[in-house]
Design a protein around this ligand. Structure first.
Ligand SMILES: C[S@@+](CC[C@H](N)C(=O)[O-])C[C@H]1O[C@@H](n2cnc3c(N)ncnc32)[C@H](O)[C@@H]1O
Length: 402
């Protein structure tokens, strides 16, 4: 039995607390978890990008946004370990061209015309017109691309044709690998030279590892990725594209890349640090494995710290005079230039290592027919997606250890 006057006491208490009494009949328990609408991660990503990138890219943002929401373009990285000449001919018949050798050819023309101009000037000034023309100064990229052996076919600007899946040769080796052609720029920037010891710190699923192997120049290649499942994909790519003998010279590991500076210091001539990032294009298009999911907020916020630690490990793993390329597929300056600036600062103050940023602005000129570059990067280069050249985003910055 209820205490006498119980309800009256309760009503008085409710009034004292400033609450209006509600009949028990109308009370209900809100079920937040099941009834509140779930905002898709892709929408959260787009909202986040609209807020930040519209400030960074200003009038360029609407076009970049539209491109990221459309189907991306692919390049066909030619596999030099199969009958590459035949495959190249077939791709050319489809109207595709190798953007790397096109750039090298263009560079050579510029160099030659610059040489002719210099010779003309010299003759006009009457300062020794008898000798041979002054050889044109070869740009670092020309040297890199000529020796790199990397060939990647793309359809011309504005052409949205797609490549058919690659086919295997008689030994089961696939003819080409379809990838975002802008992903090759960090590899070209690394400029692997014969017998270089190379580290690919965050290698899976392996597009850039494959490109590094196409150079035929790696004396030794260490391909690492912390994720065991993604490392399996890396193995799969190596098995599908690289003959056994070459594959055996690649060491695949699954360490936390942040520890690499402790594992193998001052060892490598070239280090690629292709870090995990907000993968902007994926984040606005795919719900699965989207870093903008609410439950991954902390992980997303911690990305610049992880990127900085990985870049520091890469710098420590490089030999003196060694070169490190840092890359992301994000437009975010917080994950790009800021990480590079912080790393340079930490290398100097905590490790007494001077790190230099190499100028890659000639990439913009050489590859302008294939990619859209952003001209407003403080450090490094950034490929912007565009409907007529829908590659990227791809940020890359080259550092040299003094
Ligand atoms: C952008 S992806 C690399 C793509 C790869 N370079 C390619 O071209 O195919 C970043 C990779 O970093 C790996 N990763 C994340 N944290 C890492 C860590 N602490 N150490 C090493 N790898 C890490 C992820 O598993 C992911 O595969």
């Amino acid at each position: 039995m209820a205490a006498p006057g119980g309800r009256a006491v309760l009503l008085r208490r409710v009034r004292v607390l400033g609450l209006s009494p509600v009949s028990r009949r109308y009370l209900y328990k809100k079920k937040w978890a099941t009834t509140s609408p779930r905002i898709p991660a892709t929408r959260l990503a787009l909202h986040h990008f609209d807020t930040t990138y519209s400030l960074q890219l200003q009038e360029l943002w609407p076009a970049v946004r539209a491109a990221m929401l459309c189907e991306q373009k692919y390049g066909a990285l030619l596999n030099n370990f199969t009958s590459a000449d035949l495959v190249a001919q077939q791709l050319e018949l489809l109207g595709a061209t190798d953007f790397v050798s096109e750039a090298a050819r263009r560079d050579q023309c510029w160099q030659e015309s610059a040489g002719v101009e210099a010779e003309k000037r010299k003759t006009l000034e009457g300062s020794g017109g008898d000798g041979p023309a002054v050889p044109a100064e070869t740009s670092p990229l020309l040297r890199a691309s000529v020796s790199s052996n990397i060939k990647c076919y793309t359809f011309p600007r504005g052409d949205i044709s797609r490549f058919r899946p690659a086919w295997p040769d008689s030994l089961g080796i696939l003819s080409y690998y379809l990838m975002d052609a802008a992903s090759l720029l960090p590899v070209l920037a690394l400029n692997v030279k014969p017998d270089d010891l190379v580290l690919d710190l965050c290698a899976a699923p392996g597009g850039k590892t494959l490109a590094l192997l196409q150079t035929g120049a790696c004396g030794y290649l260490a391909a690492n990725d912390v994720s065991i499942s993604r490392t399996k994909r890396l193995y799969h790519i190596l098995n599908s594209y690289i003959p056994k003998k070459v594959r055996e010279a690649v060491s695949v590991t699954s360490h936390d890349g942040r520890d690499w500076g402790e594992l193998q210091r001052t060892t490598f001539h070239k280090v690629l640090v292709d870090v995990p990032c907000t993968t902007d294009r994926h984040s606005v298009m795919e719900e699965e494995n989207n870093i903008f999911h609410k439950i991954r907020t902390k992980e997303r916020q911690m990305l610049p710290m992880l990127q900085l630690q990985l870049l520091m490990a890469g710098i420590l793993a490089a030999k003196p005079e060694g070169e490190v390329v840092y890359s992301t597929c994000s437009l975010s300056p917080l994950q790009n230039e800021h990480v590079v600036e912080r790393a340079i600062d930490i290398a100097e103050t905590q490790f007494n290592i001077t790190v230099h940023v190499e100028d890659l602005s000639h990439f913009r000129m050489l590859f302008q027919d294939t990619f859209c570059f952003f001209s407003g990067c403080r450090l490094g280069e950034l490929v912007l997606p565009h409907l007529t050249a829908n590659f990227g985003p791809m940020y890359f910055c080259k550092l040299r250890r003094e």
